[in-house]
Each structure stands twice: as structure tokens, then as C-alpha cells.
Design a protein around this ligand. Structure first.
Ligand code: ATP
Ligand code: MG
Length: 262
């Protein structure tokens, strides 16, 4: 059965795209069939794979609008047999105005992926930094959510709002959705602030952190790692840029954990 996972946090720049891309790539290298849907008009996940606008026949906006079907928008990556991607473009910014306000606006994405779900073990959705129409559509289409949390000041601000949105969706259109977990990102062990955020998270949401199978009693955290920030400019996920870097290892651990529960 396919698990649809949205990577969500309405705060900007917390590591959503980095998590979506690298979790998707790590799952795909374990020979799981993965579809990554770029659901952000910024199209950062699309660019991370070096996909250029002029190479794209159709993107997620065309699929949502019904002018293309989803299989026409799926791109097969050359180096990663098991990973497919549905690209995005700035046009997706018109989603709310163009489609969402019509009937059943919340279920548009869910309906579009229904046809191809059986072809994948995982569908990973990268969402934009807002709790608007796009994120709601992604959550309604998903079995679970992963929330990257940047280990910085204000890290937990807005979290209650996100959790409440998930709850409302659970109570209304998607009763099976679960929060897979919170993923601390850009952690710097030498910084008091990073340690404090991690401590707060483990105190209040310990059951929502991912246990690290390699370090007993510890959680999976993504360290601040320059290799992670560099890899998109090479058009590659971290696994194909620097597989042994601390950032890559963190995402491989996360994929391993997700696979155990799959
Ligand atoms: N663990 C990390 N270490 C170092 N740099 C990171 C790490 N995670 C993400 N980055 C960098 O931080 C920036 C923001 O990350 P990313 O784009 O993944 O966040 P986002 O939540 O998707 O942002 P947005 O809200 O704009 O979509 C990027 O430049 C990315 O390369
Ligand atoms: Mg992003």
C-alpha cells in the first residue's frame, strides 16, 4: 500500500524541501517506488533535481486544472530509477484563485493522485510555507505528516496552529491522517539555542520525535551541514553529492525509520 507523506510547516526556510527531496531519494535508493510531488510555487524541489522549465511538458498546476493528467507530468530521473517527480512552477500560485474556490477544492490533489497511487510505495509532497489552500490540499491527500522544525529561536511558534489545522482536517475530510513526527533540522550542537530547542521538543513532544536506532535514547536530528545546502546547486540530492556527510546520514536514518513502519 502507498503511504502519502506531506512535509509541512508554515514557517519558511525550516528545511521542508531539503527533507522532502532527501527523504524521497533515500527511500528510492532502498528500491521503494517513490513519487515526489513539488507542491510549492517556488519549485525548489524541482530545481534541486536540475529540472529546467523548458524540459517540462506539464506540471502540477496543469494536473490540478485538468488540462493534463498526472502521468503526463511525471518525470523519470536518469540516475534514480525508483524516484519520479511531478514538477511545479510559479503558476501554482494561482491555485487558490483558479481552482480551490470551486466545489470540493480541498480534495483536488487527493482525487488526482488516486489513479497512480498503486504504482508507488511512497508519495512525498513538498508543501509551501503557508497554511493555505495548497497545504490543506496536501494534507487532505496524505496519510501522514512530517514537520521539520528548525532549531532556532521561534522554532515552536506556529506549531499549535499547524497541529490544529491537521486536527480539523482529521475531524472533517481525512480521518486517517497521522503526524508521523517532528524532525529537528539545522541543529548545531555547540549552540545553546539549538540544544534548548531540542530539549523543549523532547520534553513536550518526545513521542513525536523519531528515535535514532543507531544511538540509544537519542532522536534523529538533521545537523546544520553545508553539504546539504550545496547539493541542490549540483542538481542532486545529498546521497549523490556526499553520501557520508552528516546531513546525508540523518536522512538515511529517517528513511530507515519510515521503512520499518511502512
Ligand atoms: N540541515 C541543513 N544544514 C544546512 N543548510 C540547510 C539544512 N537544511 C536546509 N538547509 C538550507 O536552508 C535553506 C532552507 O531550506 P529549505 O529550502 O529546505 O527550507 P523550506 O522549509 O523548504 O523553505 P520554504 O519555506 O521557503 O519552502 C536552503 O538554502 C537549504 O539548502
Ligand atoms: Mg521549500
Amino acid at each position: 500500500m502507498c503511504e502519502v507523506i506531506t512535509i509541512a510547516n508554515q514557517k519558511g526556510g525550516v528545511g521542508k524541501t531539503t527533507t522532502a527531496v532527501n527523504l524521497a531519494a533515500s527511500l528510492a535508493t532502498s528500491e521503494k517506488r517513490v513519487l515526489l510531488i513539488d507542491f510549492d510555487p517556488q519549485a525548489n524541489a524541482t530545481t534541486t533535481f536540475g529540472i529546467r522549465r523548458n524540459e517540462v511538458q506539464a506540471d502540477i498546476y496543469h494536473v490540478l486544472g485538468g488540462t493534463k493528467n498526472i502521468s503526463q507530468a511525471i518525470i523519470q530521473l536518469k540516475d534514480l530509477e525508483y524516484l519520479h517527480i511531478v514538477p511545479s512552477s510559479i503558476g501554482l500560485a494561482g491555485f487558490e484563485k483558479d481552482f480551490y474556490k470551486k466545489n470540493n477544492g480541498q480534495t483536488i490533489l487527493r482525487n488526482k493522485i488516486e489513479d497512480i497511487k498503486d504504482e508507488y510505495d511512497f508519495i512525498i509532497i513538498d508543501s509551501p510555507p503557508a497554511l493555505g489552500a495548497l497545504t490543506v490540499n496536501a494534507l487532505v491527500a496524505s496519510n501522514s505528516v512530517i514537520v521539520p522544525i528548525q532549531c532556532e529561536f521561534y522554532a515552536l511558534e506556529g506549531l499549535a496552529q499547524l497541529l490544529n489545522t491537521v486536527k480539523v482536517i482529521k475531524d472533517t475530510s481525512n480521518p486517517n491522517i497521522v503526524i508521523r513526527g517532528f524532525l529537528p533540522t539545522m541543529y548545531v550542537g555547540q549552540h545553546n539555542l539549538s540544544r534548548q530547542v531540542l530539549e523543549d521538543l523532547s520534553q513536550h513532544f518526545g513521542d513525536k520525535l523519531f528515535p535514532d536506532s543507531k544511538k540509544k535514547g537519542e532522536y534523529i536530528i538533521v545537523p546544520r551541514n553545508v553539504r546539504l545546502a550545496e547539493s541542490p546547486s549540483f542538481g542532486k540530492p545529498i546521497l549523490f553529492y556526499d553520501a557520508k556527510s552528516s546531513g546525508s546520514v540523518a536522512y538515511q536514518n529517517l528513511a530507515e525509520f519510515i521503512l520499518k513502519g511502512a
